[in-house]
Ligand binder design. Structure first.
Ligand code: GDP
Ligand code: GDP
Length: 475
């Protein structure tokens, strides 16, 4: 058996053209009309010193009837199953479409490794689409032009480790150790950009629950708050539910003022377990700390004690949350015992702005876990920041804004030259993560970096959310 490569993707992205390029013959029909390539086609492919079988497919069309299209989809699934690697082709000129996203989701569920190929990238025209493709969560897109034969070296680099792994696997049959190592090596596709590649792909999980951690120093009132939140009048779906590998989770439903229920998964922390009636039983199961709870959470509520707010330890936890890229809500607890409430709140906000300038506009809710005051407001803030944390800013809007910004406040001169930012795109959500491309990207001063981030935060309603911005060299 030969190493087998399946070419998949929606119609008209250039699958057949790539197939032809790899087999070096004009065998497949190339046509502008979608769906012209009807059947799976096999060919003997070659790329540098790599020999393989290549399968051209008609695309995994998203149809659910018994029509020709659905048979085409089955064909494609079979092709992917019988391949050692799948090339998911997108049209970099068009950018990522809903159908591309659908394919990406389908392929992420399969065991077959995927190389993302951004076709029609000749002459840099496809740069925008290639960048957008990071968001598909399939690693670094390989920019190629099947028609003009550009980017074939990069495609070689991406494929080669898989071929190597497969070779050593079939060569050393029986030696499980080597096989495992080879497979593991193959699971790490070669990347042009290790940093972006290393970003976790949170979107892949698409969890239905908002994962919430309630953290804070001992005695600030965490257990009291949790018991209030999931108490009698709230629907508790059972503390046994949702015990994940490392964390204890309590699934419940938050009922908002309009009576709607929202599923919430409460991530347990050591402090929580100490006295909580509900959680008591789980005590033996895990020695979990705040840090781990933060890592599992989408939104983190940091509980402060109104007697001594924003102590060093409070700030340490807050910074940890921000560094992990989680959405943070500040709950100023025991507000029932605060005398000058207005003054105390003003002071708290000032101190937050001063101590945590990297996340302007953190939501602050004053609560009392004891009396139940403002818990609705707290949960509203939790869901609001969760939505912002999930927000995707359309590339067109982002670049329109970027154009205006550069006109009004261009980047400062560096050695007499101006750093011109070409393009910007959001490559990820949770937290919102952006990439910008500039000719002298490395020269962009930190101050301007911060200026852009604050601009994005204000313009696209992302206050209080940790943001990330990567700069990349690009013409
Ligand atoms: P398929 O439906 O995915 O198999 O796509 P085809 O291979 O039939 O190509 C669809 C159209 O895109 C054809 O008109 C091709 O000539 C064109 N095309 C394919 N590759 C490239 C490329 O690298 N650059 C450009 N500009 N067009 C391409
Ligand atoms: P934990 O260690 O963070 O879980 O804190 P606890 O929930 O055990 O609360 C510590 C102490 O603070 C207990 O004596 C609670 O009764 C008290 N406490 C908790 N919430 C409030 C509040 O909103 N107001 C007041 N006055 N006391 C509170």
């Amino acid at each position: 058996m030969k190493f087998t490569v399946a070419i998949v993707g929606r119609p008209n992205v250039g699958k057949s053209t790539l197939f032809n390029r790899l087999i070096g013959k004009r065998l497949a029909i190339v046509d502008d009309r979608p769906g012209v390539t009807r059947d799976r086609r096999y060919g003997a492919g070659r790329l540098g010193d790599l020999d393989f079988t290549v399968i051209d497919t008609a695309g995994l069309e998203d149809v659910h009837d018994d029509s020709l299209e659905s048979r085409m989809r089955d064909q494609t699934e079979q092709a992917v199953n019988s391949a050692q690697v799948a090339l998911l082709v997108i049209d970099a000129r068009t950018g990522v479409t809903a159908l591309d996203e659908h394919f990406a989701r389908q392929l992420r569920k399969r065991r077959t490794p995927v190389i993302l190929v951004a076709n029609k990238s000749e002459g840099k025209a496809g740069q925008a689409g290639a960048m957008e493709a990071y968001g598909l969560g399939l690693g670094t897109p390989i920019a190629i032009s099947a028609e003009h034969g550009e980017g074939m070296g990069d495609l070689y680099d991406a494929m080669q480790p898989f071929v190597d792994a497969w070779r050593s696997k079939s060569g050393t049959a029986g030696e499980m150790g080597d096989e495992a190592a080879a497979l593991e090596a193959a699971a790490q596709p070669v990347t042009l950009d290790a940093e972006l590649e290393a970003l976790p792909n949170d979107e892949a999980e698409a969890p239905s629950h908002l994962q919430l951690a309630i953290v804070g120093r001992p005695n600030v009132g965490k257990s009291t708050l949790v018991n209030r939140l999931i108490g009698e009048d709230r629907l508790l779906t059972g503390p046994e539910a949702g015990i994940t590998r490392d964390a204890i989770a309590i699934d419940w439903q938050w009922r908002d003022q309009t009576g709607q229920h929202h599923p919430v998964r409460l991530i347990d922390t050591a402090g929580l377990r100490r006295r909580s009636r509900v959680v008591e039983k789980l005590e033996r199961l895990s020695g979990l700390d705040t840090e781990r709870a933060i890592r599992f959470a989408h939104v983190v509520v940091l509980v402060l004690d109104s007697h001594d707010m924003l102590e060093k330890q409070d700030l340490t936890i807050a910074r940890q949350v921000i560094e992990e890229g989680r959405a943070l809500v500040i709950a100023a607890n025991k507000w029932d015992v605060v005398e000058d409430k207005a003054e105390a709140l003003k002071k708290l906000r000032e101190r937050l702005d001063l101590s945590l300038p990297q996340v302007r506009g953190l939501p602050v809710v004053t609560i009392s876990g004891l009396t139940g005051r403002n818990l609705d407001k707290l949960m509203d803030a939790v869901f609001a920041i969760y939505a912002r944390w999930n927000r995707r800013v359309p590339t067109a809007q982002l670049n329109r804004w970027l154009g205006d910004v550069q006109q009004m406040h261009p980047a400062p001169l560096v050695a007499g030259r101006r750093v011109k930012i070409r393009y910007m795109t959001q490559i990820k959500t949770r937290p919102p993560t952006f990439a910008l491309f500039a000719q002298m990207a490395d020269e962009l001063p930190d101050s301007y970096h911060r200026y852009l981030l604050n601009g994005i935060r204000d313009t696209f309603d992302l206050s209080g959310v940790p943001l990330r911005l990567y700069t990349r060299r690009g013409e």
